[in-house]
Design a protein around this ligand. Sequence first.
Ligand SMILES: [Zn+2]
Length: 352
Amino acid sequence: MLLKKKRFVIPALLLILIALAYSMLKPFWLAQLTELEAERIRLITPNSVAPATLNRINSEQMMADLRWLADAERQGRAPGTPGGIAAREWIAEQFAAIGLEPAGTAGFLHPYSVTEHFSLGRWLRGKNATIPGVENAANVLGLLPGTTPDLKPLVITAHYDHLGMHGDSIFYGADDNASGVAAMLELARYLKAKPLQHPVLFIALDSEEKGLQGAVALFRTGLLQPEQLSFNINIDMLSRDTHQLLFAVGTYHHPWLLPLIDQLQPQSAVKLIPAHDRPWYLAGNTQDWTLSSDHGVFHQQGVPFIYFGVADHADYHTPNDTADKVDVEFYHQVVETVLSFLQILDQQLTAN
Ligand SMILES: [Zn+2]
């Protein structure tokens, strides 16, 4: 017995040594990969951008909509709260006024509730595995027909919920994500007058901040089937000037998007950076945002996606994310860029 046990001593010691070496070397290895990714981003960052000449989006209207959503009266738009309910009813009114077709299960609205539960997928990704329950939540869906029959819709998503109140503090969520919803409304107004070939399904999502539950509910309840959709464009946090950068997330998963970004950059007044979508063994500690907002759910459903958003800033998820901090001109040019991308994508998908 003793002899038999001894046979395991050397391999076991070796394994421990390898594990020790790995755990000691990994931080250096990750730091190296992080530096390489930063270098890659530096090399693709344009030195200059196009002058801000595009003016199809009504910036004043967009700012008025952003301020309404991020107003103290909305109390941070937590799902199912009076402020959240007021926000979604107001968005539905805007959709109707623009002339979108109701595409929810109750007019423009798609109500849902979620009971608290454990998520194995989130646990495996090292995230908080308990999905909190939400009552009386609702997405808002409006459809704009395209000019070519029988094309599958492009889906534009922007979450309208935010963190609500914590004690006496209001988490206004001006950038996150009143900016995306106000942009979506302006895009809808523009495209209503100048439609794309594809139909466009506009979705203002609820409870993104509680684990992307609004996007999950679209598919869980059977309202949407992934094979009926052509593409998801998610906009979340567009309005804070972080060194003129706008991240375009998703090109690692869908490299065919890179030529579209190359086509877009010369006409854009912001610096487009395809990044934040690479796994750790390529990008080290650089954050991977593939699953960090609603586009993640579309990605898991097999729908190709792109996500546009600015870099995290000091006011992210704090009570200081207020409307007065918005960089109005940068925000305007970001949304012009998203509009140009939609037009390029519409062409590209029709040509295929
Ligand atoms: Zn957000």
